[in-house]
Design a protein around this ligand. Structure first.
Ligand code: SF4
Length: 511
């Protein structure tokens, strides 16, 4: 084989070696239905047609490449935002490997989560013993300050009762009587990771707030929501709040956990909202969510506790950041300082500088409901057209919100909202109604390859590019980065097109 310890080849180069090429050819012949090149070309062309699009969009019985993950992944991410907290997922090991690898591949950091290792016997007789052993092992081996329990499909299908199981485990000595074990049922066969995030955060609040008397203070709770850019975003948010002099508690802050330094010390737990602060957050004046669709149940819970609540759709762009800052200013009584107002002005200036390259650009945007809403709003601000907006985990209510947003701008005219559709649907849509730019996660790279539409990676998960999540995309500063990422793609395409033979007419140094 061409691989050797002396000269280790990356898989991309390795697979071009003759041995692998020959193996691929044999595989094609023996296992992959060896149709003629003409038949393959004909079918490929058909898959780009309007006729196929109609059939594809009528598809109901199958989902292909959904732009979402399952509920427990959101719960595992949520747990990483609390001090010294280890996720315990009641279910099978393979599921938990998926959450760990998904989060590790995105953040390029280790992600700790354990499972109760349910197998066939637990599926038949129930997973109580798995919970008893799982909590005991997790507590003894990993010395957490809190164990946050969620569930996989298997535990939900057989109807395991988390509350009863955890209390039984406590009585049997798995964890001390007063040890914190919040829980959330996260059935993976409904909803998505944003719902898992929601119920997991609510579960933590319920654990610390239930039965306590609220003594209101002037603080504000802020819940960021499921955010693959939490490392950069939460730090940017804290910077803005500190500049404003606001007293706040960030509830669920995974920015340290997913960005630990290399200094010789392995930190299984780092940062996160302090558990004492979570308990005290009951007394806050208000709870604000930065992502409405990630926190519906949690906000209802905060409202029931007597707090004012408000929610936003990811504060990305000029208007969205304005809305958030004005609300924080209103609730806290703190003015928005000149330094932040100046940042706003710089962002508006940057958008104006690049108008010639932004105006009228058509976009397809996919991702979580709040991100898609925010991105579409920002595109409208730049004079672009969010021609197709798609959220596999978008509801009918989300689609209505999107339609209202699009109707609020002349650039939204004719734009289409695709709630509940997947990335194979989007492929058909892009072939039949093409756009200039695609905005989404790394999963869009297959669409980019097939359609030639440049992909701007701006949301979770980003597996195939490094460190994007370390820089903010929210606030005025974050919007500058988003703007730059978009413009880089526009200019790269202009240069690439001008470099084609016979087209070298406008290969500009200055734009
Ligand atoms: S969908 Fe169900 S089986 Fe698949 S990873 Fe999620 S919990 Fe596990």
């Amino acid at each position: 084989m061409p691989q050797s310890a002396e000269k280790v080849l990356d898989h991309a180069k390795l697979f071009h070696e003759p041995e692998y090429q020959e193996m691929f050819a044999r595989k094609r012949e023996q296992f992959e239905c060896p149709n003629s090149a003409d038949a393959v070309a004909e079918q490929t062309a058909y898959l780009k047609s309007w006729e196929y699009r109609e059939k594809n969009l009528a598809r109901e019985a199958a989902v292909i490449n959904p732009a979402k993950a399952c509920q427990p992944l959101g719960a595992v991410f949520a747990a990483a935002g609390f001090e010294g907290t280890l996720s315990v997922v009641h279910g099978s090991q393979g599921c938990v490997s998926y959450y760990r690898s998904h989060l590790s591949r995105h953040f390029k950091e280790p992600c700790s989560a354990v499972s109760t290792s349910m197998t066939e016997d637990a599926a038949v007789f129930g997973g109580l013993n798995n919970m008893i052993d799982g909590l005991a092992n997790a507590y003894k081996l990993y010395q957490p300050k809190m164990l946050a329990v969620s569930t996989t499909c298997m535990a939900e299908v057989i109807g395991d009762d988390l509350h009863a199981f955890i209390e039984t485990a406590r009585q049997k000595g798995s964890v001390p009587q007063d040890f914190s074990v919040p829980f959330a049922h996260t059935p993976a066969f409904v909803g998505s990771h944003v719902d898992g995030y929601d119920v997991a955060v609510k579960g933590v609040l319920d654990h610390f707030w239930k039965g306590k008397t609220r003594v209101a203070n002037g603080k504000i709770n802020i819940i960021p929501g499921f955010d693959g850019f939490c490392v950069g975003n939460n730090r940017e948010l804290k910077r803005i709040l500190d500049v404003m002099g606001v007293e706040y508690t960030l509830i669920q802050d995974a920015s340290e956990q997913f960005d630990t330094p290399s200094d010789g010390e392995y930190r299984m737990y780092d940062g996160g909202t302090k558990l004492a602060d979570v308990a005290d957050a009951l007394n806050a004046k208000a709870t604000i969510s930065l992502q409405h669709w990630c926190t519906r149940k949690t906000l209802d819970y905060a409202a029931d506790a007597g707090q004012e609540t408000a929610s936003f759709n990811y504060p990305l762009g000029v208007g969205a950041t304005d809305d958030l800052l004005m609300k924080i200013s209103e609730l806290s009584g703190k003015a928005i300082p000149d330094s932040i107002t100046k940042e706003r002005g710089r962002l508006v200036d940057a958008i104006a500088d690049s108008q010639a390259y932004l105006h009228g650009k058509k976009y397809a945007i996919f991702g979580d409901p709040d991100f898609v809403y925010a991105m579409a709003r920002f595109v409208l601000e730049t004079g672009g057209e969010p021609t197709h907006v798609l959220a596999t985990n978008g509801t009918t209510a989300w689609a209505e919100d999107m339609k209202k947003l699009l109707a609020s701008s002349p650039f939204g005219k004719g734009c289409q909202v695709w709630a509940g559709k997947d990335l194979w649907h989007l492929r058909s849509i892009l072939f039949t109604e093409p756009v200039d730019l695609l905005v989404g996660s790394s999963y869009g790279k297959f669409l980019e390859k097939d359609t030639g539409i440049p992909l701007v990676r701006l949301t979770f998960p980003i597996f195939d590019r490094h460190h994007h999540h370390r820089f903010p995309v929210i606030g005025y500063q974050g919007a500058l980065r988003v703007l730059t990422s978009i413009l880089d793609k526009v200019f790269d395409k202009l240069d690439a097109d001008a470099s084609k033979p016979g087209k070298d007419v406008s290969f500009d140094l200055t734009r």
